[in-house]
Design a protein around this ligand. Sequence first.
Ligand code: GLC
Ligand code: GLC
Length: 812
Amino acid sequence: MKFGHFDDKNREYVITNPQTPWPWINYLGNEDFFSLISNTAGGYTFYKDAKFRRLTRYRYNNVPMDSGGKYFYIKDNDTVWSPGWKPCKTKLDKYECRHGMNYTNILGEKNGVTASVLYFVPLKTWAEIQKLTLTNNTKEIKKLKVFSFVEWCLWNAASDMENFQRNFSTGEVEIEGSVIYHKTEYKERRDHYAYYSVNVPVSGYDTDRESFFGLYNGFDEPQVVADGKSKNTEAHGWSPIASHYIEVELKPGESKDFVFVLGYVENKEDEKWESKNIINKKKAKDTISRFNTVEKVDAALADLRKYWDNLLSIYSVNSGDDKLDRMVNIWNQYQCMITFCFSRSASFFESGIGRGMGFRDSNQDLTGFVHQIPERARERIIDIASTQFPDGGCYHQYQPLTKRGNNDIGGGFNDDPLWLILGTVSYIKETGDFGILEEMVPFDNDISVSRTLFDHLTVSFDHVINNLGPHGLPLIGRADWNDCLNLNCFSNDPNESFQTTENKTEGSKAESVMIAGLFVVYGRDYVELCKRLGKNDEAARAQKHVDTMVDVIKKHGWDGSWFLRAYDYYGKKIGSDENEEAKIFIESNGWCTMAGIGKEEGMCTKALDSVKERLDSKYGIVLNNPAFTKYYIEYGEISSYPAGYKENAGVFCHNNPWIMIGETVVGNGNRAWEYYKKICPSYLEEISELHKTEPYVYAQMVAGKDAFKPGEAKNSWLTGTASWNFYAVTQYMLGVRPDYDGLLIDPCIPTDMKGFTITRKFRGATYNIEVANPNGTNKGVLEVIVDGKPNNSNLLPVFGDGKEHKVKVVLG
Ligand code: GLC
Ligand code: GLC
């Protein structure tokens, strides 16, 4: 069952039934100022950091789901309704929510009145714009009462939800004309306030929540709206809100627009006040005046659209398959931008107060985004590397506002350092900017111990070889990519966090075959980088370690039909046929086949066949099989999940592309694409009632074959799944891959795919690439013609001439 449809021309998903199986959301803003907005106008706003600078309040996991947001109440005689259906839930005559690239338009119609609300954050602006358009489609005059509503959060979203003995006494507002200012804590340590304005005179306002709703009413029945009259309240403590009251008269056929601005301001210490206790409103007024007419708002939206035209013009495919094209050209790239901005902090599954930016997550996210805004990727790489320790280890997470490592979680995840090589190399291959390697980057944010970024890569590489276990495989530390394989945790205390507890690490024999495979892949990248820099001794030293690791994996990481997953604390095998449960895991088989380990000996095909046989399911490849059915103290969190969920045999979509890429290494295009389509959301639109989450973005996890309800997705939006799928499909399956000296053309496609075209902008030139597959092959480039002349390899040169180049590729 579908709840809407794709509108590819406008790059929108159009929801036509408000009762989606889960709130289907969108993100506004892409730099400093952000909002999350659901298809019924639920959600919240923050500046830079969803924990420390939360502007509006949100209650997660509420009853009913998704309560609280940017609401409009329209009172038309005795009927009260909202354009997004919620919160009033008055039955609408028409409903439509269009989620587009960083904007959302929600339209409702009731009794001949249409209300359309456009929500977006203009580029370079610390404010969300809401343009409300009311239209009278009847032959009578309509007299409407309109009430806006937002609820202020007291900035720190964590203490906002817990420290009531203080919070209920601190709230402060100021009201001037049609602008409501939220200034809680401004007179002491804060240099910021928020505001909510409308560009017409108001007939009233409210800023005290209890007065607006009535203490025992929900969002659906504010007392003020029922009464049809504001109370003009000024909040003192308790819970400050902002609501404007506007009386609107519409002639038959008439339309009126209202522009609301929800913004944020920072003032310097000596510019905080206009007079005693009266805040300096200059910056707020400046922003409000930038958007005080419909023309200005429309122009800002046009700029935003242009911005996205440009970003999405860098890589686009035309394959004749709409589902594939809309993912690659629009939604997958969009999701990559969102994960780049938010890492794992703020979604409808991540509260925005728990986690900052992940070291490994951000490096992986980069790969899906670096072609769009390489300058921001560059900055991100430096920020991430700055949280590394001198021995190559690193903070697992950092806070975006402070850019400091997060002490609560600390370090010790032994895969982390290697991802920095991935991030850096992806950036250089895209841009050719080797200069980044010379940047001086601190360790642990201490500038006095800065070294070049290249040195950071060296210590990343060395961190693995300095931490090898008894078999010569990398020690796992707290965990590798799989946060839930906690081999040194040994926790029997429910009050301990699996993420931060390690009760036994000294003397541990726990080794990771996944890190070993990762080390081979990124170790080779490191070697190549050294060679290009003329550091031949270092290249030779590193190559030796990589070669040794390959041998060690073949010897101690192979189980006969697939790659082992790990060795536990005691040195016993994990992911082996010998085990009773979880005989095989996806991660090590992904990385070792991506690395081509034992390809000649047939290990790769054997491992991939085992994955197909044991891990594949209708809805994707599960993480392990058989699922754990009891708790293994020596394995940790992974065995705490019910069978089929999350890291315990769920379809963890993030790592499915590793197998897809592995399949391309052995040239099995049919299988790679079969796996791709199983988890790609646009192919799942028809089963939305089962899949539950948005059909336009990937979810982290889909319930696996052992689950109660296989195929049900959770945790959409903020997942490395976005970048890995984009990386796999664009670089290894469609096969247009940036490399140091040019664009490599190396598709691996299904035999029945006839061909496709790709437009790729790369280092200052545009490549119009036409790939033909006349002989129905999977892989292998027969001929490449560039601008009419044969090219003697499948590497397209760097032109950098600002021109378009015609490339014809024949597979065979
Ligand atoms: C989550 C984490 C990621 C981890 C993965 C597997 O997605 O953000 O860091 O690798 O789970 O546990
Ligand atoms: C839990 C999740 C995992 C996530 C980790 C960190 O262990 O299962 O996916 O990476 O928490 O928050």
